[in-house]
Structures are given as C-alpha cells and as structure tokens.
Ligand binder design. Structure first.
Ligand code: AMP
Ligand code: ZN
Ligand code: FE
Ligand code: FE
Length: 282
C-alpha cells in the first residue's frame, strides 16, 4: 500500500522544519506522496519538490489560504497549483502584507499590556514572508515573557484575548476562484475544527472540489461525518497531519496517512479540468 500526507507546513510559514527536513521526515515515515500547504505562501514548494525527487516521493505544490464566509473562518487548501501563477503570487503578497501589519498591531497590544516585546524580535524569529500568531507566541517564550506557547495563546493571542487582532480575509468564493485560476483544486481544510458545516453547501456552489476528511485533530466520528458529506455533495476526499514540525511529543507527520488512491482521484479531477478547459493551465 502507498500512502500520502496532504497537509504539511514548513518554516516558510509557521512550521519549524525546513522543506528539506520535512522531506526527510516523509521518507522516514515511508510516504509515497506529500503536499506542502504553508499558510499564504508557495515559497517552499520548489525546495520541497527538489528534495522529493531523489527521495522518490511524489510532490504536490499547495498552499493553505485563510478565508471566510458568513463571518465563519474557513481554511482552503489549494493543490496542484501553478506556483508561478501571477495572480496567485500577487494575492499571496497582499495577504503577507496583511500578516506583517497584524504582527505590528499584536505587538502594540502586548506593549500596552506592559510587556516590552519588539516587532523586530518576532520578524527575526519568523524569518519568512508569512508570519503569524505562532511566531508572536514563540517570541514571547524566547523573551521569557510567558512560559510556553499555550500560555501565550491563552493569555494573549487566542480569539477574544487582549492581543488578538482580527485578520482581514478574502471570501471563500474568492479563495476557490484564486486556486482554480492557478490550475489547482480547492479543498476545505479540517472542517471539524472550524464549525464550517453550515457553509459547506455554499462552498460547493462556489466550486469547492474536496474536503479534508482525515486530519490529526479529527476523531473517527468526525472523519466518518465528513466522508458522508463528501459522498452527499460529490466532493473529493483528502487528508493530512497538519504537521507544523517539532511539537511537545513528536512531529505529527506520520500520524495521518491516507491511501494513495485518493491522490489518484485528485489527479483525475485535475486532468479532467485541463481537458475541459476550466483550469488555469492552458
Ligand atoms: P494566524 O494565521 O496568524 O492567525 O495563526 C494561526 C495558527 O496559529 C494556526 O495555524 C495554528 O498553527 C496556531 N494556533 C492557533 N490557535 C492556537 C492555540 N490555541 N495554541 C497553539 N497554536 C495555535
Ligand atoms: Zn499553521
Ligand atoms: Fe488550518
Ligand atoms: Fe495547516
């Protein structure tokens, strides 16, 4: 049996592995295929693809976009993207600018609370174009202003906490269109984590291709629930660990392995879209 993990992060967003380290981990876990899905970037894809070649691992270039529908946050995974697509890169640059501005705002709030954290500390630590809350949390730990990442989120960064700053997001429809025009498939990430059930029909109407039924934070019950929804709405099924690198116990990579057959179904859909001319690759 061949297996895949289609939800992985590196240090080009808020993961800790380099693309090369991630591929070494994939090899260790005997994965036949991986997709890189860093937040609001495709920057790590070239390096991951280069490392996958000699490792004999099939690579799918991807990303994870933060979008919203009816005030509900939804994460959209894009797969088989043309990572040179101009509109995709322009939009990604815009979201990255929003992310950087948000870091300054979160740091200002933390300063108002009496902690002298500097934005530069966060940016230096993040060392990427797509900084986010995990980098602020790591900077707080580094400066010994909190004991650990959980404390940083609980005291400051979680939604509703004093240093939480809402992020302006694209609509889910815009996200699906952006992925499609870059030749990709659009998949709803971890539906069990975002309370997104009510908006699934609207996203299907917007052209959603698939749904992430298997995820490290989905129970068996949740996986079954979304498998049934995939069937009901005619959506492709995906899955992945959402590994962000080193964590408390062990990295999540290897904890979710989906059968390679599911990747074949994704590839068949991409090929079908290319044939019918509805994809960006023309
Ligand atoms: P951002 O995109 O900047 O809003 O950051 C979101 C990321 O922060 C998610 O992808 C998670 O990796 C991480 N995250 C969100 N909530 C928590 C939490 N309570 N504890 C630890 N990490 C979290
Ligand atoms: Zn993340
Ligand atoms: Fe996510
Ligand atoms: Fe993720």
């Amino acid at each position: 049996m061949k297996f895949a993990d289609l939800h992985l992060h590196t240090n080009l967003s808020d993961g800790t592995f380099t693309p090369e380290e991630l591929v070494a981990q994939a090899q260790k876990h005997e994965l036949a295929c991986i997709a890189l899905t860093d937040h609001d970037t495709v920057e790590g894809c070239a390096r991951a693809a280069a490392a996958c070649g000699p490792a004999g691992i099939e690579f799918i270039p991807g990303t994870e976009l933060t979008a919203e529908h009816d005030d509900i946050e939804v994460h959209l995974l894009g797969y088989f993207l043309d990572t040179h697509n101009e509109l995709l890169l322009a939009e990604i640059a815009r979201f990255q600018a929003v992310r950087k501005q948000r870091i300054y705002e979160m740091v200002a709030r933390i300063n108002e609370l009496g902690l002298p954290l500097q934005a530069e500390t966060v940016f230096t630590l993040a060392n990427c174009e797509s900084p986010g809350r995990p980098h602020v949390a790591r900077a707080l730990v580094k400066e010994r202003m909190v004991r650990n990442l959980d404390e940083a989120f609980e005291r400051f960064l979680k939604k509703g906490r004093p240093a939480w700053v809402p992020k302006s997001k694209m609509s889910a429809r815009e996200g699906v269109d952006l992925i499609h025009q870059a030749g990709g498939l659009a998949v709803m990430a971890h539906p069990g984590l975002n309370r997104t059930d009510d908006i699934i029909p609207a996203l299907v109407a917007a052209g959603l291709d698939g749904i992430e039924c298997f995820h490290s934070k989905h129970s068996n019950t949740l996986s079954k629930r979304y498998l049934a929804m995939a069937e009901q709405f005619g959506l492709l099924v995906t899955g992945g660990s959402d590994c962000h690198g080193f964590s408390k116990i062990r990295p999540l990579i290897g904890s979710v392995k989906i059968p390679y057959e599911l990747v074949e179904k994704l590839k068949a859909k991409v090929a079908e879209k290319q044939r019918s001319g509805t994809s960006g690759h023309e």
